[in-house]
Design a protein around this ligand. Structure first.
Ligand SMILES: [Zn+2]
Ligand SMILES: [Zn+2]
Length: 245
């Protein structure tokens, strides 16, 4: 506690100095950063992150006007009891997620967690969960990157709502090819059998919120949800920062 107050104070003093000595620009808009210590984006970009401005289905999918359920939920073809996300994978949200995942900007997980929890639907979703579980990386990728961006997000969210996170509840057994560039069917094949539950005791009989940075076709989230359900999760919910439209 004392330490974090001290480091916050130090940052407040050092930030303006950093801004002068090492001026750096916001990667989303190019403005010079007034507070480089606050993560990669400038204040206006943090304040205006792209957000979904639509009613969401119970699975979290933003709906077309006039709809109350998405096609998948109507057909009973998705395993999530609830879901939410912040916004579309565009603009400054795309930039900051890219910085978090590939740019080594681990601290970006904290303001992203803050932004997510500003949404009442997100807060309700996680505050009533028993455990928060990130989508895991394969150990080889974890070694290369040094961290799992989804685990950083899950931890930051869990701390803010006082719920436990369990970053090794799920493991990734197969180092699958990157999903980018694959069709929806190929993505489902690609992740088949890739995940397993390692910590059954954290999952069985619990309400589990699965956390990922970006949802594209949902194949990865679906594969994780299947394993969680098979391990006896009472309910699986899905929280992602962004969704590809
Ligand atoms: Zn900016
Ligand atoms: Zn739905």
């Amino acid at each position: 506690m004392g330490l974090s107050v001290a480091s916050a104070t130090a940052r407040r003093l050092i930030d303006p100095l950093l801004a002068v000595v090492f001026p750096s620009a916001c990667p989303a808009c190019g403005r010079l950063l007034g507070h480089p210590g606050r993560g990669p984006l400038c204040e206006p970009c943090w304040a205006t992150l792209p957000r979904h401005h639509a009613v969401a289905c119970r699975c979290g999918l933003p709906l077309l006007p006039g709809r109350s359920t998405c096609g998948r939920c109507r057909r009973g073809r998705q395993p999530f009891a609830a879901g939410a996300s912040l916004g579309p994978y565009e603009g400054a949200l795309r930039v900051v997620l890219h910085e978090l995942k590939y740019g080594g900007r681990r601290r970006a997980a904290c303001p992203l967690a803050d932004a997510l929890l500003e949404e009442p639907a997100v807060r309700a979703l996680v505050a009533t969960s028993d455990v928060i579980v990130p989508v895991p990386l394969h150990p080889r990728r974890l070694r290369e990157r040094g961290y799992n961006q989804s685990a950083l997000l899950a931890d930051a969210i869990a701390r803010r709502v006082g719920r436990p996170a369990c970053s090794d509840a799920l493991v990734r057994r197969l180092d699958t090819a990157p999903q980018a560039g694959l069709s929806a069917a190929a993505r489902r094949r690609n992740v088949r059998g890739a995940f397993a539950v390692r910590r059954k005791a954290f999952v069985a009989g619990r309400t589990v919120t699965l956390v990922d940075d970006v949802l594209t076709t949902g194949a990865t989230a679906l594969a994780c949800a299947r394993q969680l359900t098979e391990a006896g999760a009472n309910e699986v919910r899905l929280l992602t920062v962004a969704r590809v439209r």
